[in-house]
Design a protein around this ligand. Structure first.
Ligand code: NAD
Ligand code: UGA
Length: 445
């Protein structure tokens, strides 16, 4: 059993702290948000993350997981201190490190025994050195400490499973002994552990996210070419994916990537590159293509309806991906705003993200109780998030209840031929003349 503190109880910090507690450690999570901490102390989690609430409760009951707003209390016994605060985009696309700075200063203020400080947040290359500098200057009595970079690779919606079954654990430090000690915490996971220097570890995180974003923009570009040339991107991705060098993951064409990470991390990497004299042209193209995908979806709806003014549009799915309530940089939010700016009347439904979306979008959107209520009287339905519960909808009932049975599927969740059979005027993303396509001359007869 080791004593671990985690600073920041967001999607990463809460999962990290809870999983380490579940592995038998004594974990104290610190956050400046009093409301979040009060909720957690009562065993309720402030976010939607499958499997997490039960794990939090179990570990609180076992006396291994504690929550506090006090750094002094939270760091009292700490041997390992994970910093997992947010690193949002700044005005020029750079990562804004104000929360990391505040966390480092607060650590230094109360640090009264040696500890290993681990950067879990996604931070620009060089931040580990910067954090060490802040603490070195602000600490009292020259207390010893070591900084390790430990980028996190979990995904929202499957965060607990991702944490417990990582493809790899990356640790970077100028002090290999400190990195080795952190490695011991991860040994029970039986994952490959890579130890490298601080800056390389920080770069591995950005390069990984940028590469995944790059695959998404690549397949979206291919999808748009498929549409123009009459091929089916779903089958193209399947055909590419059989090649072991390529693989099938992260080749789903759609409305582009959203969320609190890919958009900000690609931007931050491009910013880092540019200020150091590099020319990040691929990263810029990745971002541009991603932006276009949202506009292209709106264009499809506009073209099918002959304009959006006073048209009633139902939006299925608001979170940036299924199984989360997170709407940060969610494509749905931008798509709704674009359609509203052209005079559309927007209704929406999401299984868990409506409360967050309401805060963001206000009363301008009518939030519905289920997809059937949503569809009633709509001129078009637009699917933006591929929640599982949309897979087995009574689509015939939905088509009948709409004013016009127009369906624009931003995630290629349905099969074009089947949707046509059900009476929809259906458009997916990049689905040209594939064997199942409505546009296939042979299938249309
Ligand atoms: P989040 O916004 O959900 O949570 C951050 C938490 O930090 C908040 O609860 C906030 O109140 C708290 N906080 C801010 N300043 C603080 C301070 N000075 N002291 C204590 N607490 C403070 O963020 P997140 O989504 O968990 O992301 C955290 C970091 O992890 C980011 O750098 C992100 O890029 C990275 N990351 C996120 C994910 C993900 O799926 N969300 C995955 C991998 C890496
Ligand atoms: C992503 C990475 O997958 C994690 O490894 C990383 O830790 C995390 O960012 C982070 O740094 O925060 P996450 O944003 O939770 O995780 O979700 P993903 O499943 O990666 O999806 C991101 C976005 O890409 C979503 O909007 C999703 O709809 C979109 N996407 C994903 C596609 O459009 N096509 C795909 O094939 C895959």
């Amino acid at each position: 059993m080791r004593y671990i503190s985690v600073i920041g109880v967001g999607y990463v910090g809460l999962v990290t702290g809870t999983c380490f507690a579940d592995m038998g450690n004594d974990v104290t999570c610190i956050d400046i948000n009093e409301e979040k901490i009060a909720k957690l102390q009562a065993g309720q989690i402030p976010i939607y993350e499958p499997g997490l609430e039960e794990m939090v409760r179990r570990n609180i009951e076992a006396g291994r997981l504690h929550f506090t707003t006090s750094y002094a209390e939270g760091l009292k016994n700490a041997e390992f201190v994970f910093i997992a605060v947010g690193t949002p985009s700044g005005v020029d696309g750079e990562a804004d490190l104000k929360y990391v700075r505040a966390a480092a200063e607060s650590i230094a203020e109360v640090m009264d025994h040696p500890m290993i400080i681990i950067n879990n947040s996604t931070v620009p290359v060089g931040t580990g050195d910067w954090v060490a500098d802040i603490i070195r200057k602000a600490r009292k009595n020259n207390v010893e400490f070591w900084v390790v970079s430990n980028p996190e690779f979990l995904r929202e919606g499957s965060a607990v499973n991702d944490f417990l079954h990582p493809d790899r654990v990356v640790l970077g430090s100028l002090h290999p002994e400190a990195a080795n000690q952190v490695a011991q915490l991860y040994l029970p996971l039986r994952a490959p552990i890579m130890i490298t220097d601080l800056r390389t570890a920080e770069m591995i995180k950005y390069a990984s996210n940028a590469y995944l974003a790059n695959r998404i923009s690549f397949i979206n570009e291919i999808a748009n070419i498929c549409e123009a040339l009459g091929a089916d991107v779903k089958e193209v991705a399947a055909g590419m994916g059989y090649d072991k060098r390529i693989g099938r993951d992260f080749l789903d064409a759609g409305v582009g990537y959203g969320g609190s990470c890919f958009p900000k991390d690609v931007k931050a990497l491009a910013h880092m590159a540019a200020i150091h004299g590099c020319h990040p042209q691929l990263l810029r193209a990745v971002m541009e293509i991603n932006q276009d995908q949202r506009r292209l979806l709106v264009r499809k709806v506009r073209d099918l309806l002959g304009g959006l003014h006073e048209k009633v549009i139902g939006v299925l799915g608001l979170s940036f991906k299924p199984n989360t309530d997170d709407i940060r940089e969610a494509p749905a939010i931008e798509i709704i705003r674009l359609m509203q700016s052209e005079g559309a009347i927007v209704r929406a439904y999401d299984p868990v993200a409506m409360e967050n979306a309401r805060k963001e979008l206000g009363d301008g959107v009518v939030f519905c109780r289920n997809p059937y209520e949503l569809a009633e009287g709509c001129d078009a339905l637009v699917l933006v998030t591929e929640w599982n519960e949309f897979r087995h909808l009574d689509l015939a009932r939905i088509a009948r209840s709409m004013r016009r049975p127009v369906f624009v599927d931003g995630r290629n969740m349905y099969e074009p031929a089947e949707m046509q059979r059900l009476g929809f005027i259906y458009r997916g993303v990049g689905r040209g003349y594939g064997p199942n396509s409505i546009n296939n001359p042979s299938s249309c007869g």
